[in-house]
Design a protein around this ligand. Sequence first.
Ligand SMILES: [Zn+2]
Length: 285
Amino acid sequence: MTTGRTGQRSAAARRRRRGGRHSRKKPHKAQWFSVTALAVLGMVMVVHPGATGRQSLAAQFSEGGTAVRDVAQPPAPTPTVIPTPTATFTTPQRPAPTLTRKPKGAKPNVTVSTGRLAVVPGFNKASGMRDKLTYRVEIEEGLSFNGTAVAAAIHKTLTDERGWQAVHPVNFERTDKPDADLRIIVATPTLTDKLCLPLDTGGELSCRVEDRVVLNAKRWMYAIPWYAGKVELYRNYLVNHEVGHALGHGHSTCAKANTPAPVMMQQSKGLGGCLPNAWPTIKAT
Ligand SMILES: [Zn+2]
C-alpha cells in the first residue's frame, strides 16, 4: 500500500506540475476516499483505547479506587487547603498568653474583692528591748500587691526614727504567727467596710477596730489628692494614724494653717489648711 500510495503521489505530483491544482480532482477521488477511510479508522483506533480508559477510570472512580483518587483529585488543593485550618487555629491562640499578662500601664486591681485574706509570710525582729508589740500583715487575695514589699514598707514605717517608737516605749516586730498582737490588713474597699464595722468607712476610709488595722487598698495605691505625688508619705501616714489608734490615740484637728497636720488628724477627709504630715514626732496630735 505504501508503495502504491507513493507511486500515486508521484503521479499526482507530475499532474500538479502539469495542470495545476484543479487537474488532480477527478483522479484522486478514490484515493482520498481510501486515505480518509484509513484516517477515520486510525482515529477510531486511537480514540477507542482512550474511551475505554475513560470508561475504566469512571468505573474505578465510582468504586472509589485509589488510582482514581490520585487522578481525580487535583494535587494543588492538598498543600493549600490542609495547612489553612492549622494556621487559622494556631494564629488566634498565639495572642492568648499575652492576654493573661497585664497590659503595660494597666491599673492594678484594688477593688475586686475575693473576701479572703492571706498572711504575708516572714519575720522582722524588733529593733529594741522595750515593750514588744507584734503584728502580722495580711493582704486580701486577688489584690495586685507584692506582699513582701507591702510588709517591708509597713515595718519601715513603724520602726522609722520619726515614728511611734520615738514617742512610745514600744518596739514593733513583724511575725506571721496567729498570736500576733495586731493584724495589719490591706483590703479592697468592700472588705475594708466589712472588717471595719461598726465603723462606717464608706469604701473610702481605713480604720482600726479591736486588733485589726485595716488599710483601704484603694488609698494605699492612689493616696488622696492633697498627697498627690507623695504616695509613700501617704502610706506612712495611713500606717501611723491607724496604729496610733491601737496605741490609744484619738482624733485631732488642724490647729494652725500651714503647719504640719497632726498624724492623728483624719487627713484622708481633708487637711483643713494644714500641710501633709505622716510622722508623730513632727506632730502627733
Ligand atoms: Zn482615725
